[in-house]
Write a protein that binds this ligand. Sequence first.
Ligand code: HEC
Ligand code: HEC
Length: 338
Amino acid sequence: MIRLISNKIIVVTITCGIIISSAFFSGCHDEEDSAKRGTKDTSEWNAEKLASLFEADWSAPDTSTLAHDAYGKLVRYGRLLIANTGDYFGPGGKISRNANGMNCQNCHLDAGTRLYANTYSAVYSIYPKLRARSGSVEHLEKRINDCMERSMNGEKIDSLSHEMRAMVAYINWVGKDVKKGVSPKGAAVVDLPYLDRAADPAVGKIVYENLCITCHGNDGLGKLNDDGITFLYPPLWGPRSYNTAAGLYRLSRFAGYIKANMPNLTSSHDKPTLTDEEAWDIAAYVNSMPRPEKKFPGDWPDISKKPVDHPYGPFSDKFTEEQHKYGPFKEIAEAHKK
Ligand code: HEC
Ligand code: HEC
């Protein structure tokens, strides 16, 4: 019975060399365990320890475990494309020159392996998936091309191309250990609670100028690398940014992403820099600035499924496009529940 629960428990049994009955671990804790236990009743501690074994944060497999065979090479190439997309698909790209020069990992941090940064942990386990935006069951190739056409403001790439096969192989490899149907904690971005007011671009501008301008620039255009083509700091608006059909153009996706991840390198999910209000207000400011406009007439065939912060009508409710863009979102969410 114990063996079925967890490998870790087997190890404990063997190293302690005792027969475990009702109380797991009793009589053989390491120092750290004993210290923790000091303040707590043993059964409570055991329950916590057991729970933590099952709820451990997801982490990506290690690329050093990949063999140097054809499959290993394909996965590595996929990772390279996701990390350095601008070199391959941006202006001056080695494969094609249609996309804006951003990298997938500008938004899917650490090539989609960092928690709360549009992580790829739940792609293999969930796709193919029925998506309300298209009203159809989408394969991973379609989803990758969605980001190509929207976030990268580019063109679709051929599903059978070596590059598409490589990105698919990599993304599936990242999530290979996640059970089908399961979405591990931290798979997308933080879901921030809605404010009681509309998000305010004017306030957001001030915070942007304090915390973001050094890297993303006062014109929002980011900063180019020495090659003059790829980005050191990606743009937040302007001609080379994501377009108006992209995920980040929805306020909740933008605010949730920056809450856990920006300013870059000094912010994390555990130690965010921004307050929730700042995250919402900056999102409002950035998304009020000019960017490429693109519409996909096939989007949201069932308009009642549009998320509260989808900024384009027609809507199944009475709220304006303005309110769907900046909020307040609570009352929209309430109306949708009815
Ligand atoms: C500007 C930011 C941005 C860029 C660049 C970007 N994406 Fe995305 N991507 C997103 C966001 C945001 C979502 C989630 C959208 C949502 O929740 O509606 C997403 C979702 C996805 C998903 C689905 C994840 C899931 O769990 O359902 C895949 C796969 C994906 N992107 C792949 C890519 C690839 C491959 C590239 C590069 C070719 C790319 N993305 C570039 C922002 C971006
Ligand atoms: C120290 C430099 C730095 C600062 C300061 C900074 N960023 Fe970033 N930001 C980056 C870098 C670098 C990336 C791309 C990360 C990667 O590719 O690993 C990025 C990516 C982003 C992205 C996703 C890609 C895109 O361009 O759309 C958004 C959105 C973003 N930053 C918003 C902000 C906001 C808002 C602030 C201020 C609260 C901020 N950043 C502060 C460096 C910075």
